[in-house]
Design a protein around this ligand. Structure first.
Ligand SMILES: NC(=O)c1ccc[n+]([C@@H]2O[C@H](COP(=O)([O-])OP(=O)(O)OC[C@H]3O[C@@H](n4cnc5c(N)ncnc54)[C@H](O)[C@@H]3O)[C@@H](O)[C@H]2O)c1
Length: 475
């Protein structure tokens, strides 16, 4: 459902209209700013990137996010939204400053908190009355407490407190997600002081009010669990390839179990984007800091690294040594519906293939990668021209409509690796293409006879094992 067709969401109002400031106008901040204005708040949005600021002031949205442009235009016009590069102007009269700046990973994998420290200090310096800094950015547990100490020297006699209110939106659906949250998590110490932050949102929205460390950990744990699900699906897909089973059917059957659910349970090129890889490595870094092993998170990371390695190996076994081989990549955005290429599997694969000596060409309907000058084409068939292999790495709906016979004519070879499962296997074969996938398509390393589980039957007697009595929740 698009926002425009959802008048119920648009008619929602905050429990208590407030003057607030949003610092950082990226995917999270700009979406929050326009949606908070829609809820009835007066919002000062602060952005320091001159290009982004200019665009937003002119009513242009510098990110690909459906619904943001309409709300931006509406609230620049209504006067409920102001955009500035001056924190003092943004914070003036505000009782809340939402920190929505980036927390990118360092080379070690832990999050770089310099943007948030800088923004918090600037907001505290500009505060004229009690200000609550609400941390929407994803930060490790303990960060809100550390920020409160950090800003203490800046705030003079003015009271500045820090609350956690992590953001769960998905890129490409950010406005929809803002108005239809599964939950609003608010972390405050002491928990009784949550009222101001809670009242920023409509009273009917589900909420979790807890202490700050717990709120910060909800976000890390949720994203780590999603990553674990994706990696588990890829582990099953690898097993499907070895057994000759079909990962789509297997995971569909698994996901229909209401205790498990189908979301994030598809085989593919692994998880990417600006959040999951960073938040899983952040989870691991936090765990390391307190000598906790974080075995599941580490396993999810290891399986994810293997996803790209596995695709390279698959392409190589299909076309032979990669040096000098042309490979056309379809999809550079980390997922369909966004122009974001941060940690995208497509880009990761391009880098790995180039390192192996392959020559890469690519297409994406939205994403532009400055590091690939001259190698990116506006048309998927041009990207495929002269390629020995084509690899589909983002599940753009347009790729489902590809004319496969034309694709075959453009290519020099016939190998298609559909890493995201958007193409029809039978149609690929009918077009004269060799179809490989993740857990589907032509099996590589398939074991025709699986003897292990059958050994007892072949030998006549079942092996005796310990008696198993009913476990707690198994099925
Ligand atoms: N992108 C997502 O899907 C998503 C979802 C949930 C949570 N998050 C988290 O939210 C945070 C922001 O993510 P994003 O994707 O919006 O980042 P982003 O990089 O798109 O946007 C951050 C913006 O903050 C601006 N900025 C930095 N310092 C500033 C300052 N001192 N004053 C004003 N502006 C400043 C930057 O110029 C940039 O425009 C991160 O912690 C991220 O992990 C992101």
């Amino acid at each position: 459902m698009s926002l425009e067709t959802d008048p119920a969401a648009l008619a929602l109002r905050a429990a208590r209209p407030t003057t607030l400031c949003v610092i950082g106008a990226g995917y999270v901040g700009l979406t929050a700013a326009v949606c908070l204005a829609q809820l009835g708040h007066r919002v000062g949005c602060v952005e320091t990137d001159p290009g982004r600021l200019r665009a937003i002031r002119a009513g242009h949205v510098p990110i690909e996010e459906p619904g943001v442009a309409e709300l931006l235009a509406a609230h620049l016009a209504s006067g409920r939204l102001r955009v500035t590069d001056d924190v003092a102007e943004g914070v003036a009269d505000a009782s809340v400053a939402m920190l929505c700046v980036g927390t990118p990973p360092t080379a070690r994998g832990d999050p770089d908190l310099r943007q948030i420290a800088h923004a918090a200090r600037a907001a505290a310096r500009a505060a004229t009355d009690h200000l609550v800094l609400v941390v929407k950015s994803t930060v490790p547990p303990g960060s809100c407490e550390a920020l409160e100490l950090l800003v203490a020297p800046e705030r003079g006699d003015v009271r500045v407190t820090v609350a956690s209110n992590p953001e769960f939106l998905r890129e490409g659906r950010a406005v929809f997600d803002f108005f239809h949250p599964d939950r609003v998590v608010v972390g405050v110490d002491p928990p009784g002081s949550a009222e101001l932050v809670v009242s920023l949102y409509p009273a009917a929205w589900p909420r979790v009010v807890c202490d700050r460390r717990s709120a910060e950990l909800v976000k890390y744990a949720a994203n780590t669990f999603l990553a674990v699900k994706i990696s588990f699906a890829n582990e099953v897909a690898g097993l499907c390839e070895a057994l000759g089973a079909d990962a789509d059917q297997v995971l569909h059957g698994v996901g229909l179990d209401a205790r498990i659910g189908a979301a994030f349970l598809g085989p593919g090129p692994g998880f990417g984007g600006s959040c999951l890889p960073k938040d899983v490595s952040g989870f691991v870094a936090v765990a390391e800091a307190v000598q906790h092993p974080a075995r599941m998170a580490r396993a999810a990371e290891a399986v994810n690294e293997d996803a790209i390695v596995g695709l390279v190996a698959k392409i190589e076994s299909a076309v032979g040594p990669l040096r000098g081989v042309r490979v056309g990549l379809l999809g550079l955005a980390f997922k369909a519906g966004t122009d974001d290429v941060r940690h995208s599997p497509g880009l990761g694969l391009a880098t790995a293939l180039a390192a192996a000596g392959a020559r890469i060409t690519a297409h994406d309907p939205l994403a532009v990668v400055p590091q690939m000058p001259g190698l990116q084409f506006d048309d998927p068939y041009e990207a495929a021209r002269g390629a020995e292999a084509v690899v589909v790495t983002t599940a753009w709906p347009a790729y489902r409509e590809l004319d496969l016979r034309r694709l075959r004519r453009e290519m020099a070879g016939s190998v298609v690796v559909d890493a995201v499962g958007v193409l029809d296997g039978a149609a690929l074969s009918a077009a004269g293409l060799e179809w490989y996938g993740v857990g589907r398509g032509r099996p590589l390393g398939f074991h025709p006879v699986v003897t292990g589980p059958l050994e007892w039957a072949l030998e006549g007697e079942p092996a005796s094992g310990p008696a198993i009595s009913g476990g707690p929740a198994g099925g």
